[in-house]
Design a protein around this ligand. Structure first.
Ligand SMILES: Nc1ncnc2c1ncn2[C@@H]1O[C@H](COP(=O)(O)OP(=O)(O)OP(=O)(O)O)[C@@H](O)[C@H]1O
Length: 261
């Protein structure tokens, strides 16, 4: 295998059984992800993005095909690849601090090291004044930030993010997108990001995979060949926006209702 590759998805098919009927959700999905790359998966609601991410993370089985992580078939989840869930996955009985510390337990770090690292990432997401709060005492956006801090604190090789910034207001979203880019640059983390947000995909990604649906398939790959940080209002950004909208046939028509731009 090419040493520069971290993830290889090869000819993956996946069906779900709904009311006794088998429904093909992913059809012949193949792509590679290089070490240190940020790849976004964009597509309409229900096209299979989360299912694909779950298969890469080892949380969901595939029917046929292969998913290799660092040359080895993915059979179950591991600490090397961390998933940031759409529903945050926080433990309600643990405080903000304890939720972030959770991912660092049993890693060989001392208690003091765990606390220091957890606090560092909690401060980064702007919640250092909420250390002792429980998830139910936080807004949706704050809970999402705790989940982001927990995933980043693990400093994984591969970060799988399912709409990580969806519940955040624009200012927090922009701020955390920039923080993510800084961390990614420093640690050379490989990131796969599922998003509905075209601008977010353009701002963060080296490549965007656009998925078509029924069944889910890779419709188009778009390489974003400009330096980061990118100018959200620049002409290059606009160029990619048009390219993607064109791909969704949205430039001339109204968006379908289920597409949450
Ligand atoms: N566990 C499951 N059992 C049965 N069907 C499922 C299951 N998980 C997903 N599906 C179906 O698979 C299809 C793809 O779902 P998935 O959540 O992967 O889509 P998505 O692109 O991530 O959607 P969204 O953008 O709305 O989150 C949908 O038709 C969904 O109903």
């Amino acid at each position: 295998m090419d040493e520069s590759l971290l993830v290889c998805v090869n000819k993956v098919f996946k069906s779900f059984s709904n009311k006794g009927k088998s429904e093909l959700v992913l059809q012949d999905i193949s792509f590679d992800i290089k070490k240190g790359e940020i790849v976004s998966i964009l597509g309409q609601s229900g096209c299979g993005k989360s299912t694909l991410l779950n298969i890469i993370a080892g949380f969901e089985t595939k029917d046929t095909g292969h998913v290799l992580f660092d040359g080895e078939e993915v059979k179950e989840s591991s600490r090397k690849g961390v998933m940031l869930f759409q529903n945050y996955g926080l433990l309600p009985w643990r405080s903000v601090l304890k939720n972030v510390e959770l991912g660092l337990e049993n890693t060989g770090l001392t208690k003091a090291e765990i606390r220091k690292k957890a606090k560092y990432y909690i401060e980064m997401v702007g919640l250092d004044d909420k250390l002792d709060r429980f998830p139910r005492q936080l807004s949706g956006g704050m809970q999402q930030r705790v989940a982001i801090a927990r995933a980043l604190a693990i400093e994984p090789e591969l970060l799988l993010m399912d709409e990580p910034f969806g519940a955040l207001d624009t200012i927090n979203r922009y701020y955390l997108q920039d923080e993510l880019l800084k961390i990614q640059k420093k640690a050379q983390t490989t990131i796969v990001l599922v998003t509905h947000d075209i601008d977010e995909a353009i701002y963060l990604s080296d490549r965007i995979l656009i998925m078509g649906k029924e069944p889910g398939h890779i419709q188009k790959e778009i390489k974003i060949d400009t330096y980061k940080p990118r100018d959200r209002s620049g002409s290059e950004f606009q160029h990619y926006r048009s390219l993607i909208l064109e791909e969704f046939h949205l430039s001339m028509t109204k968006p379908p209702i289920e597409f949450n731009i």
